[in-house]
Design a protein around this ligand. Structure first.
Ligand code: DGL
Length: 264
Protein backbone atom coordinates (compact mmCIF):
# COMPACT_ATOMS: atom_id res chain seq x y z
CA UNK A 1 0.00 0.00 0.00
CA UNK A 2 1.44 3.42 -0.93
CA UNK A 3 1.55 6.21 1.68
CA UNK A 4 -1.24 7.99 -0.18
CA UNK A 5 -3.64 5.20 0.76
CA UNK A 6 -2.78 5.44 4.45
CA UNK A 7 -5.66 6.72 6.55
CA UNK A 8 -6.23 10.20 7.91
CA UNK A 9 -6.88 10.12 11.66
CA UNK A 10 -9.35 12.37 13.45
CA UNK A 11 -9.43 12.49 17.24
CA UNK A 12 -11.66 14.02 19.88
CA UNK A 13 -12.64 13.59 23.51
CA UNK A 14 -15.85 11.99 22.23
CA UNK A 15 -18.30 12.07 19.35
CA UNK A 16 -17.71 15.75 18.47
CA UNK A 17 -14.92 15.10 15.97
CA UNK A 18 -17.41 13.11 13.89
CA UNK A 19 -18.64 16.51 12.68
CA UNK A 20 -15.15 16.95 11.19
CA UNK A 21 -15.27 13.42 9.70
CA UNK A 22 -18.54 14.35 7.98
CA UNK A 23 -16.98 17.43 6.35
CA UNK A 24 -13.88 15.49 5.39
CA UNK A 25 -15.84 12.64 3.84
CA UNK A 26 -17.89 15.12 1.79
CA UNK A 27 -14.75 16.94 0.62
CA UNK A 28 -12.42 13.95 0.13
CA UNK A 29 -14.58 10.85 -0.38
CA UNK A 30 -11.67 8.62 -1.45
CA UNK A 31 -9.78 9.01 1.82
CA UNK A 32 -9.73 6.26 4.46
CA UNK A 33 -10.38 7.68 7.92
CA UNK A 34 -9.62 6.34 11.39
CA UNK A 35 -11.59 8.02 14.16
CA UNK A 36 -10.73 7.94 17.85
CA UNK A 37 -13.28 9.24 20.35
CA UNK A 38 -12.29 9.09 24.02
CA UNK A 39 -15.86 9.21 25.38
CA UNK A 40 -14.91 7.48 28.61
CA UNK A 41 -12.99 10.65 29.54
CA UNK A 42 -15.36 13.29 28.16
CA UNK A 43 -15.42 16.22 29.01
CA UNK A 44 -11.85 17.29 28.31
CA UNK A 45 -13.01 20.90 28.54
CA UNK A 46 -13.34 20.80 32.34
CA UNK A 47 -9.93 19.17 32.89
CA UNK A 48 -6.48 20.66 33.53
CA UNK A 49 -3.99 21.28 30.73
CA UNK A 50 -1.81 18.42 32.04
CA UNK A 51 -4.73 15.98 32.00
CA UNK A 52 -5.78 17.02 28.48
CA UNK A 53 -2.23 16.57 27.16
CA UNK A 54 -1.81 13.21 28.88
CA UNK A 55 -5.13 11.82 27.55
CA UNK A 56 -4.42 13.13 24.03
CA UNK A 57 -0.99 11.49 24.02
CA UNK A 58 -2.67 8.15 24.68
CA UNK A 59 -4.77 8.60 21.54
CA UNK A 60 -1.81 9.79 19.45
CA UNK A 61 0.39 6.88 20.60
CA UNK A 62 -2.39 4.48 19.58
CA UNK A 63 -2.56 6.08 16.12
CA UNK A 64 1.16 6.36 15.40
CA UNK A 65 1.43 2.58 14.95
CA UNK A 66 -1.53 2.62 12.52
CA UNK A 67 0.55 4.48 9.91
CA UNK A 68 -1.78 7.44 9.62
CA UNK A 69 -0.62 10.12 7.21
CA UNK A 70 -1.78 12.97 9.44
CA UNK A 71 -3.95 13.59 12.49
CA UNK A 72 -6.76 16.12 12.41
CA UNK A 73 -7.46 17.31 15.93
CA UNK A 74 -11.27 17.29 15.83
CA UNK A 75 -11.43 19.08 19.16
CA UNK A 76 -11.03 22.77 19.98
CA UNK A 77 -10.01 22.04 23.56
CA UNK A 78 -7.03 19.91 22.45
CA UNK A 79 -6.27 22.29 19.57
CA UNK A 80 -5.76 25.15 22.03
CA UNK A 81 -2.80 23.24 23.58
CA UNK A 82 -1.46 21.80 20.32
CA UNK A 83 1.87 23.62 20.61
CA UNK A 84 2.72 21.39 23.61
CA UNK A 85 2.04 18.20 21.63
CA UNK A 86 3.55 19.04 18.23
CA UNK A 87 7.23 18.84 19.30
CA UNK A 88 6.64 15.38 20.79
CA UNK A 89 5.45 13.69 17.57
CA UNK A 90 6.97 13.12 14.17
CA UNK A 91 3.47 13.36 12.76
CA UNK A 92 1.57 16.16 11.05
CA UNK A 93 -1.13 17.48 13.42
CA UNK A 94 -3.78 19.84 12.02
CA UNK A 95 -5.81 21.66 14.65
CA UNK A 96 -9.44 22.76 14.57
CA UNK A 97 -8.90 26.44 15.30
CA UNK A 98 -6.20 28.01 13.10
CA UNK A 99 -7.83 27.15 9.73
CA UNK A 100 -10.98 28.97 10.79
CA UNK A 101 -9.11 31.96 12.26
CA UNK A 102 -7.52 32.60 8.84
CA UNK A 103 -11.03 32.80 7.39
CA UNK A 104 -12.60 34.93 10.10
CA UNK A 105 -9.74 37.45 9.97
CA UNK A 106 -10.94 38.44 6.49
CA UNK A 107 -14.57 39.10 7.47
CA UNK A 108 -15.93 42.67 7.53
CA UNK A 109 -17.06 42.50 11.18
CA UNK A 110 -15.81 43.91 14.47
CA UNK A 111 -17.35 41.49 16.98
CA UNK A 112 -18.37 37.85 16.89
CA UNK A 113 -19.76 35.54 19.57
CA UNK A 114 -18.36 32.14 20.46
CA UNK A 115 -19.47 29.23 22.66
CA UNK A 116 -17.01 26.53 23.69
CA UNK A 117 -15.79 24.44 26.60
CA UNK A 118 -14.65 26.39 29.68
CA UNK A 119 -11.04 25.36 28.90
CA UNK A 120 -11.09 26.71 25.34
CA UNK A 121 -12.58 30.00 26.52
CA UNK A 122 -10.05 30.28 29.36
CA UNK A 123 -7.04 29.83 27.04
CA UNK A 124 -8.29 32.80 24.96
CA UNK A 125 -6.59 31.01 22.03
CA UNK A 126 -9.14 32.30 19.50
CA UNK A 127 -8.58 35.97 20.37
CA UNK A 128 -4.81 35.59 20.65
CA UNK A 129 -4.51 33.94 17.22
CA UNK A 130 -6.93 36.38 15.63
CA UNK A 131 -5.08 39.39 17.05
CA UNK A 132 -1.99 38.34 15.06
CA UNK A 133 -3.96 38.45 11.78
CA UNK A 134 -6.61 41.10 12.41
CA UNK A 135 -6.64 42.98 15.73
CA UNK A 136 -9.83 44.84 14.74
CA UNK A 137 -12.12 41.83 15.30
CA UNK A 138 -12.98 40.81 18.84
CA UNK A 139 -14.35 37.40 19.80
CA UNK A 140 -16.76 37.29 22.75
CA UNK A 141 -16.37 33.79 24.20
CA UNK A 142 -18.61 32.06 26.73
CA UNK A 143 -18.15 28.60 28.22
CA UNK A 144 -20.85 25.91 28.36
CA UNK A 145 -19.61 23.61 31.16
CA UNK A 146 -21.91 20.60 30.62
CA UNK A 147 -22.99 20.86 26.98
CA UNK A 148 -20.41 18.54 25.39
CA UNK A 149 -21.08 15.83 28.00
CA UNK A 150 -24.83 16.03 27.51
CA UNK A 151 -24.43 15.71 23.75
CA UNK A 152 -21.89 12.87 24.05
CA UNK A 153 -24.28 10.82 26.17
CA UNK A 154 -26.79 10.92 23.34
CA UNK A 155 -30.24 11.18 24.90
CA UNK A 156 -30.71 14.94 25.15
CA UNK A 157 -33.81 17.03 24.49
CA UNK A 158 -34.26 20.54 23.16
CA UNK A 159 -35.04 21.61 26.76
CA UNK A 160 -31.66 20.27 27.96
CA UNK A 161 -29.91 22.27 25.25
CA UNK A 162 -31.95 25.40 26.12
CA UNK A 163 -30.99 25.07 29.80
CA UNK A 164 -27.27 24.71 29.07
CA UNK A 165 -27.03 27.51 26.52
CA UNK A 166 -29.37 30.15 28.01
CA UNK A 167 -26.83 31.94 30.26
CA UNK A 168 -23.88 31.90 27.79
CA UNK A 169 -26.11 33.08 24.93
CA UNK A 170 -27.58 35.86 27.13
CA UNK A 171 -24.07 36.99 28.11
CA UNK A 172 -23.07 37.11 24.43
CA UNK A 173 -26.22 39.12 23.67
CA UNK A 174 -25.48 41.60 26.45
CA UNK A 175 -22.04 42.17 24.95
CA UNK A 176 -23.64 42.83 21.55
CA UNK A 177 -22.22 39.83 19.69
CA UNK A 178 -25.29 37.64 19.19
CA UNK A 179 -25.69 38.01 15.38
CA UNK A 180 -23.02 35.43 14.58
CA UNK A 181 -21.84 32.79 17.04
CA UNK A 182 -18.98 30.37 16.37
CA UNK A 183 -19.54 26.80 17.57
CA UNK A 184 -16.03 26.40 18.96
CA UNK A 185 -16.55 22.89 20.29
CA UNK A 186 -16.91 20.14 17.71
CA UNK A 187 -19.78 18.57 19.66
CA UNK A 188 -22.02 21.60 19.15
CA UNK A 189 -22.78 21.36 15.39
CA UNK A 190 -24.53 18.06 16.23
CA UNK A 191 -27.29 20.15 17.86
CA UNK A 192 -27.33 22.83 15.15
CA UNK A 193 -31.07 22.21 14.51
CA UNK A 194 -31.98 22.85 18.16
CA UNK A 195 -29.74 25.93 18.39
CA UNK A 196 -31.34 27.43 15.28
CA UNK A 197 -34.82 26.83 16.70
CA UNK A 198 -33.90 28.26 20.11
CA UNK A 199 -32.03 31.34 18.80
CA UNK A 200 -33.57 32.21 15.42
CA UNK A 201 -31.91 35.65 15.25
CA UNK A 202 -28.41 34.14 15.43
CA UNK A 203 -26.31 32.59 12.65
CA UNK A 204 -24.27 29.69 14.06
CA UNK A 205 -20.98 28.83 12.39
CA UNK A 206 -19.56 25.31 12.19
CA UNK A 207 -15.81 25.77 11.54
CA UNK A 208 -15.27 22.07 10.60
CA UNK A 209 -15.36 22.80 6.87
CA UNK A 210 -12.27 25.02 7.19
CA UNK A 211 -10.35 22.29 9.00
CA UNK A 212 -11.28 19.83 6.23
CA UNK A 213 -10.00 22.35 3.65
CA UNK A 214 -6.72 22.71 5.58
CA UNK A 215 -6.33 18.91 5.59
CA UNK A 216 -6.96 18.79 1.84
CA UNK A 217 -4.44 21.59 1.19
CA UNK A 218 -1.75 19.81 3.20
CA UNK A 219 -2.33 16.51 1.39
CA UNK A 220 -2.26 18.26 -1.99
CA UNK A 221 0.96 20.06 -1.15
CA UNK A 222 2.62 16.83 0.05
CA UNK A 223 1.26 14.82 -2.91
CA UNK A 224 -0.51 12.56 -0.42
CA UNK A 225 -4.11 12.65 -1.66
CA UNK A 226 -5.55 9.16 -2.08
CA UNK A 227 -5.94 8.57 -5.82
CA UNK A 228 -8.17 5.50 -5.39
CA UNK A 229 -11.27 5.13 -7.58
CA UNK A 230 -13.30 3.59 -4.76
CA UNK A 231 -14.72 5.44 -1.76
CA UNK A 232 -12.71 5.36 1.45
CA UNK A 233 -13.71 3.50 4.62
CA UNK A 234 -14.22 4.79 8.14
CA UNK A 235 -12.92 2.79 11.10
CA UNK A 236 -13.99 4.00 14.53
CA UNK A 237 -12.25 3.36 17.85
CA UNK A 238 -13.79 4.49 21.10
CA UNK A 239 -13.35 4.12 24.84
CA UNK A 240 -17.10 4.75 25.07
CA UNK A 241 -20.31 3.07 24.00
CA UNK A 242 -20.27 1.55 20.48
CA UNK A 243 -24.06 1.80 20.13
CA UNK A 244 -23.94 5.54 20.80
CA UNK A 245 -21.35 5.94 18.06
CA UNK A 246 -23.53 4.01 15.59
CA UNK A 247 -26.37 6.45 16.38
CA UNK A 248 -24.22 9.55 15.87
CA UNK A 249 -22.67 8.20 12.64
CA UNK A 250 -26.19 7.67 11.28
CA UNK A 251 -27.42 11.06 12.50
CA UNK A 252 -24.54 12.83 10.74
CA UNK A 253 -24.96 10.77 7.54
CA UNK A 254 -21.42 9.34 7.65
CA UNK A 255 -21.16 6.49 5.13
CA UNK A 256 -18.92 3.44 4.60
CA UNK A 257 -18.34 2.68 8.26
CA UNK A 258 -16.33 -0.55 8.28
CA UNK A 259 -16.26 -1.14 12.04
CA UNK A 260 -16.76 0.44 15.44
CA UNK A 261 -14.25 -0.90 17.94
CA UNK A 262 -14.10 -0.65 21.70
CA UNK A 263 -10.71 0.32 23.16
CA UNK A 264 -10.05 -0.26 26.87
N1 DGL B 1 -15.32 18.35 21.27
C1 DGL B 1 -14.45 19.04 22.12
C2 DGL B 1 -14.07 20.43 21.63
O1 DGL B 1 -14.16 20.68 20.47
C3 DGL B 1 -14.42 18.94 23.57
C4 DGL B 1 -15.54 18.48 24.39
C5 DGL B 1 -15.07 18.13 25.78
O2 DGL B 1 -14.60 17.01 25.96
O3 DGL B 1 -15.15 18.97 26.68
O4 DGL B 1 -13.67 21.26 22.39
Amino acid sequence: MSRRENPIAIIDSGVGGLTVVKELQDLLPKENIIYFGDSKNVPYGSKSQEEIICLTKRMLDFLVVKNVKLVGIGCNTISSVLSFLEPQYDLKLIGAIDPYIVHIAKLPIDKVGLIATPFTVKTNYYNKSLAKLNPNIKIIGEGCPHLATIIDQGNFTKEDIAKETKIPMNNIKEKGAQDTVILACTHYPIIMDYLEELYPATTFINPAHYQALAIRDYLLEQNLLNGSTIDGKIIVYTTGNRKNYRWFLNKLGIKNVESINKVE
